[in-house]
Design a protein around this ligand. Structure first.
Ligand code: SAT
Ligand code: MN
Length: 580
């Protein structure tokens, strides 16, 4: 298969003349292509087949031990002006970016096959979808892209029809950190990534295209590309509300997107649209609609079990690629938090020894098609997407942030999003557990200056006739002893229930300077083992701490200088004044 689109053909030819692969394979996206690639990868050891009785068609891939997470310090946004990339991105000029990375691509595919992957982010027939082509020398990337995106023949047809596509060039290179770079050229709608075969560094449809490049495009075109799950919540009365929630990587988006209602909420059902990325558009009636550009999940494995996320646990028992988990003696995948089995081999392939640390890597992942999910919503394929009733921001905060609060209006909601802070996780290389600002959970993913991004959020609100309400949640609040105050997981539906009740004007709330908090009696705590004191802590604010927080948010906003939208500064000053 080649293409009738000359711009694509010449880019592929030109890339081959630089990277010098032995052969070129145009991916068709068929199941037989997937099977054949898997067979080859089993033969050369890139994959290991897992226990066929318990995990049919499941495979383990072990990445290089120095290549187990995204690398924000090696990720760049290359725009002509430094200000356009903003203080939130690493920056070099496009000329310098190309020069740096092109040197590494020269001859890098010698002895390898070059795969050309046409893919579509979003339903093939949706006006909101956007296409890309990833060129890669990694078969692991190909099979992951097959599960994560709509790739192959249909995507190529759409690309040939419209003529535009994001160009993503990827090579695993030699995996050394000195020669690893993840470069974005938003002004050219292109990506060049070398030196990593892992997740968001290598599956270019995901963070690189669907967030960094798409956020840049979305600003120009009047929409939003966000790090959000999309979930439908069906009440016992049969009403369905869709909400979009932004939490940083490894803070439970996948769990929330496929949550199982607690026993004390009979009749509730949860429908998953997406677990990581949402593209948000105003529709012709001025309502907010969301599509999930992806069609699969790349989720954190550790902690997944029948109690925390039964849907995920069932979903990954067949047709799943595991990356960096441990193995039991009979070749079943094993991870910390798995209730049965014991590890025999750790994620590096060594005989398991507790003194070497965890058996599975904390950022070990499953890759699985969304249709494997028992709570999959077929509306994930609807070209028009779903209407969004509420936007929910959140982070991992031991202290300060209450269980849930509601912003007073859209502008305040933008400030709430801009002020999100969270403890760092294993999803990025670096120290874990440090609180940092992660506005809209987009710190690693916004393809342009955050100041311009907030301005875009503010003006986007004006393009909507029906504004969704904006909330902030924190499932991770702890007491003085380090115990979680809220049970989390399925019980989070109790909080989402309150959010829906607010959207439907069914409950009052207590007004505070930071927003509206629930009255404890309005949270459904039936059969929940939670003390009145804990509930009080979760639904009130410490004014002194919040004064400090608003000061710190103000200082953070200052780092964006003159470009910071005035309305955001005014929101921060107003709340700071009300707190003092
Ligand atoms: O590695 S990924 O970026 O795909 C996963 C994540 O960090 O959210
Ligand atoms: Mn993510």
């Amino acid at each position: 298969m080649t293409t009738t689109l000359s711009a694509l053909q010449s880019w592929v030819d030109q890339t081959a003349s630089i990277t010098l692969p032995d052969s070129i394979h145009w991916c068709t996206g068929t199941d037989s292509e997937y099977q054949e690639m898997v067979r080859n990868m089993l033969a050369d050891g890139t994959l290991t087949r897992l226990n066929e009785e318990h995990f049919p068609d499941c495979y383990l891939h072990r990445s290089d031990p120095n290549d187990v997470a995204r690398v924000e310090h090696l990720t760049f946004v290359c725009t002509e002006s430094k200000e356009d990339a903003g203080p939130n991105n690493n920056w070099v000029t496009p000329a310098e970016g190309h020069a740096k990375v092109d040197a590494l691509f020269a001859g890098c595919m010698r002895g390898r096959t070059m795969y050309v992957i046409p893919y579509c982010m979003g339903p093939i027939d949706s006006p909101y979808s956007r296409c890309g082509v990833e060129i890669t020398d990694s078969p692991y990337v190909v099979i992951n892209m097959k599960l994560m995106t709509r790739m192959g023949k249909k995507a190529l047809e759409r690309i040939e029809k419209y003529g535009d596509f994001v160009r993503g060039l990827h090579s695993t290179g030699d995996l050394s950190l000195e020669r690893r770079l993840i470069m974005h050229f938003p002004e050219e709608l292109s990506i060049k990534s070398i030196g990593s075969g892992y997740g968001g560094n290598a599956l270019l449809g995901k963070k690189c295209h669907a967030l960094r490049i798409a956020s840049y495009q979305a600003r120009q075109e009047g929409w939003l590309a966000e790090h959000m799950l999309i979930v439908g919540l069906e009440s016992p009365e049969g009403e369905v509300h869709y909400i979009a929630c932004a939490f940083p990587s490894a803070c439970g988006k996948t769990n929330l997107a496929m949550l199982i209602p607690p026993d004390s909420m009979p009749g509730w059902r949860v429908w998953t649209l997406g677990d990581d990325i949402a593209w948000l558009h105003p529709d012709k009636d001025g309502k907010l609609r969301a599509i999930n550009p992806e069609s699969g999940y790349f989720g954190v494995v550790p902690g997944t079990n029948e109690m925390t996320n039964k849907n995920a646990y069932d979903m990954i028992r067949h047709d799943t690629i595991f990356t960096n988990v441990a193995l039991t003696a009979d070749n079943q995948p094993w991870w910390e938090g798995k209730k049965d089995g014991v590890p025999a081999t750790d994620w590096k392939g060594r005989k398991y020894d507790a003194t070497n640390g965890k058996a599975a890597h904390p950022n070990s992942r499953f890759t699985v098609a969304a249709t494997n999910n028992p709570s999959y919503s077929s509306l994930a394929d609807a070209p028009e997407g779903v209407p969004i009733a509420a936007i929910v921001f959140g982070g991992r905060r031991k202290e300060l942030a209450p269980l849930v609060y509601e912003a007073k209006n859209w502008e305040h909601g933008v400030l709430v999003g801009a002020g999100v802070a969270s403890e760092t996780t294993a999803a990025n290389v670096g120290e874990v557990g440090i609180v940092r600002r992660d506005p809209m959970a987009m710190k690693p993913f916004c393809g342009y200056n955050f100041a311009d991004y907030w301005a875009h959020w503010l003006s986007f609100g004006k393009s909507l006739s029906y504004l969704p309400r904006v909330f902030h949640v924190n499932w991770f609040r702890q007491d003085a002893k380090g115990e979680f105050l809220w049970p989390g997981f399925g019980d989070n539906l109790r909080v989402l229930n309150w959010i829906i009740d607010r959207c439907e004007h069914r409950v009052e709330a207590r007004e505070t300077p930071i927003g509206y908090l629930p009255y404890p009696q309005d949270l459904n705590t039936k059969n929940l083992d939670i003390s009145a004191a804990a509930l009080e802590t979760l639904t009130t604010i410490d004014r002194e701490q919040w004064r400090e927080e608003l000061k710190s948010v103000g200082e953070y906003l200052n780092t964006y200088g003159e470009r910071l939208p005035k309305a955001l500064r005014e929101q921060q000053q107003k709340i700071a004044a009300e707190l003092s």
